[in-house]
Design a protein around this ligand. Structure first.
Ligand SMILES: Cc1ncc(C[n+]2csc(CCOP(=O)(O)OP(=O)(O)O)c2C)c(N)n1
Ligand code: SF4
Ligand SMILES: [Mg+2]
Length: 277
């Protein structure tokens, strides 16, 4: 299908253009996600996309599927309820780094632990873009934000390591510079049965970039290109300061998925009630 048609198919044309700033990476991310939907021929009537609040989360307004724009940090509890009620649906969660790692951080840990079959795209711009560039748990140490003009004293989470240790069974990372890889990883995440987590670094030139001497999108994309290291589990490399791994970081197909366990439990309970009558 030519690019035009998959974009027309999966986006609500009537609400375009987006609210995003010129040079923002969210347009690229949205294209990655809908390209993966199209490659897998995902039926829009069986697709649910849930988000919290933020520039990233605004994406559910543009994707033409069953979409739920919840409150800040609460996409995962809503998505969990939808998946448990209608396990046959494809449930995708889009969240920002503030949404997923700060206010919604606890939900992220516990959804990972359950290994529920949700596909989480965590869009990481290293700050709170929507509310004008405050520090987030993903702002790197000593980098700048509107709320830390002297440099961030805290250290950022290693979010991929965190969800892996909490129990997620598919974990990957990419950036807006690595478009083709992003589509491949998004497809893998969507196909994975269990809690799939794809972190996508994207550029926010308006705030994070401006505070950190990278005022335009090409400079930020070059920064991703120069610091990304492709992960090869057979040859792990020592990372230098500022470098990060991209690619599939973890997959485990041996752990029971939560919705399956829940359905089996419901069937057992219904059978016990039937026998008791
Ligand atoms: C309960 C609650 N607290 C705070 C806010 C204000 N708020 C809206 S978006 C946002 C942060 C968004 O940051 P992030 O999730 O990283 O998304 P981005 O805009 O960077 O894509 C905050 C703090 C809110 N809407 N609701
Ligand atoms: S504030 Fe940043 S994340 Fe939000 S739309 Fe603008 S560039 Fe994108
Ligand atoms: Mg953010």
């Amino acid at each position: 299908m030519p690019a035009e048609s998959f974009i027309k198919k999966y986006l609500r044309q009537r609400v375009l253009p987006t609210i995003w700033c010129g040079g923002c990476g969210l347009g690229t991310v949205m294209r990655v996600i809908v390209k993966a939907f199209d490659d897998l021929k995902i039926d829009q009537d069986k697709l649910v996309v849930v988000s919290g609040i933020g520039c990233s989360s605004r994406m559910v307004g543009y994707i033409d599927a069953n979409t739920v724009h919840t409150t800040h940090g609460r996409a995962l509890p809503v998505a969990t309820g939808i998946k448990l009620g209608r396990p046959e649906l494809e449930v995708v969660v889009i969240m920002g780094d503030g949404d997923g790692a700060a206010i919604g951080g606890n939900h992220l840990i516990h959804a990972s632990r359950r290994n529920i079959d949700l596909n989480v795209f965590l869009l990481n711009n290293g700050n709170y873009g929507m509310t004008s560039g405050q520090v987030s748990p993903m702002t790197p140490h000593a980098h700048y934000a509107s709320t830390c003009p002297f440099g961030n004293l805290e250290h950022a989470f290693h979010l991929c390591d965190m969800v892996k240790s909490a129990g997620a069974t598919y974990v990957a990372r990419t950036t807006t510079f690595h478009y083709m890889q992003g589509v491949r990883l998004a497809r893998e995440a969507l196909k994975h049965k269990g809690f799939a987590f794809l972190e996508i670094y994207f550029q926010c030139p308006t705030y994070y970039g401006r505070f950190n001497k990278m005022t335009d999108a090409p400079t930020m994309l070059r920064w991703f290109k120069e610091n990304a290291v492709r992960y090869n589990p057979e040859k792990p490399r020592e990372l230098k300061k500022g470098q990060f791994y991209i690619g599939k970081l973890w997959e485990d197909n041996t752990k029971d998925e939560y919705t399956d366990l829940y359905c089996k439990l419901c069937n057992r309970a219904a059978e016990m009630v039937r026998v008791a009558k």
